[in-house]
Design a protein around this ligand. Structure first.
Ligand SMILES: *Cc1c(COP(=O)(O)O)cnc(C)c1O
Length: 376
């Protein structure tokens, strides 16, 4: 599976139609990623974590493929609702829900929720009585890029109590969920977590609670720009085998974000200014860390960068357009001499990029165009 990458000609074609900066999504690549997961992890129904990239065209394509959706706020639920995606395809997987989220879930009839503390039970019982609720447990994983287990998840020993409390409050204790952390490089954390979940399912059964649902979260990795590529096929097949062994009769969901959209988007930006500092060239782009490159900060990510100029390369610095010193994107990256106006292509920038972009300094959030529409 090749990641989506425009050729120089294709970049020039798009520049003749749109002013930079802009992002380009390949919906065919989104679909390929979705189908790949379905094929290699057939036991798990996909609930796309829309926080990673909520571009309308991506949501529509996934909806047409049969995807469900992991939502975290009233705003996300309303966005799906406006696209005609029904509440039965949503799971509200933010363990702590605000009152706009609860009210929206009540209004739209969302019926699946996750939680990791007893304080959440009366809130759900009031707004969505009888709903299916899953307890999120924390799991151990030192092999993830983004930690999601210090802020989220109860200790497994507490899970049974939470399920019982939910049942007493009139909710339906439906299952267990976890998230091993984003960009998890091996299947080990999943395998360990599944073992813990099996014990919890058995303990619940012993106390008269029959659990029916298991949600194994997201975390499925893409190939990083620098570093070892994960063996994703093997990872998924291992997880699927474990699901078959430990949970033959359980309904299983997963919540991929990065894996679906990460490799399906390119950014085209241009050099808008050049400085020389300490003998090194600094290239200022029209897109920066407050925009689509926000994932450098929030997502700890490095994006592959391609330029189309030729010549001898020298260590260069690439920075964004804002008036903040933190807005530096690449340090000592080998580049040939660039000119004002030269385009740059950035790949694998689909996840946690525009999703967390701001309009700081008055620079608008860059638009995303659909490659398959533009190329005709
Ligand atoms: C962010 C998030 C995801 C998606 O994680 P990825 O690592 O992008 O796959 C899934 N589930 C929950 C609850 C999340 O918070």
């Amino acid at each position: 599976m090749d990641n989506f990458k425009l050729s120089e000609q294709e970049v020039q074609f798009l520049i003749s139609r749109f002013r930079t900066p802009f992002l380009v999504v390949s919906l065919e690549k989104v679909e390929e990623n979705y189908r790949f997961l379905r094929q290699h992890l057939p036991r798990a129904q996909i609930c796309y974590a829309m926080k990673s990239n909520s571009t309308t065209a991506i949501l529509r394509r996934l909806a047409s493929l049969g995807s469900n959706f992991d939502v975290a706020s009233g705003g996300e639920m309303r966005q799906l609702h406006e696209l005609g995606i029904v509440a039965s395809r949503m799971i509200y997987a933010n363990p702590v829900k605000d009152f706009d989220g609860l009210g929206t879930a009540q209004h739209l009839h969302v019926r699946r929720f996750t939680f990791d503390d007893v304080s959440e039970v009366p809130k759900m019982a009031q707004y969505v009585p009888g709903a299916d609720v899953l307890v999120r447990i924390s799991v151990h994983n030192s092999g993830a890029l983004v930690d999601l287990n210090s802020k989220f998840g109860t200790e497994p020993e507490e899970a049974l109590n939470l399920l019982k409390t939910a049942a007493q409050a009139g909710l339906n204790p439906a299952g267990i969920c976890f998230h091993v952390g984003s960009q998890s490089m091996t299947s080990q954390a999943y395998e360990e977590a599944l073992g813990v979940c099996r014990e919890l399912f058995d303990a619940a059964e012993d106390s008269g609670i029959h659990l029916t649902n298991l949600d194994i979260g997201g975390g499925f990795p893409i190939s990083p720009a620098n570093g070892v590529a994960p063996d994703i096929t093997q990872m998924l097949e291992t997880i699927n085998g474990q699901l078959d062994r430990l949970f033959p009769d359980t309904s299983v969901w997963c919540e991929p974000g990065r894996f679906i959209c990460g490799t399906a988007v390119n950014l085209v930006a241009s050099v808008i200014g050049i400085k020389n500092r300490g003998g090194k060239p600094w290239y200022i782009l029209n897109e920066g860390i407050y925009g689509a490159f926000s994932g450098i900060l929030f997502d700890h990510w490095t994006y592959p960068l391609t330029c189309f100029a030729s010549g001898e390369t020298i260590p260069s610095i690439v920075a964004g357009p804002s008036c903040d010193g933190i807005d530096v994107l690449y340090r000592d990256i080998p580049l040939p001499r660039l000119e004002v106006g030269d385009p740059l292509l950035i790949t694998d920038i689909g996840a946690y990029s525009t999703a967390s972009a701001t309009q700081f300094n008055g620079f608008p959030i860059s638009r995303t165009v659909v490659w398959e529409t533009e190329k005709g």
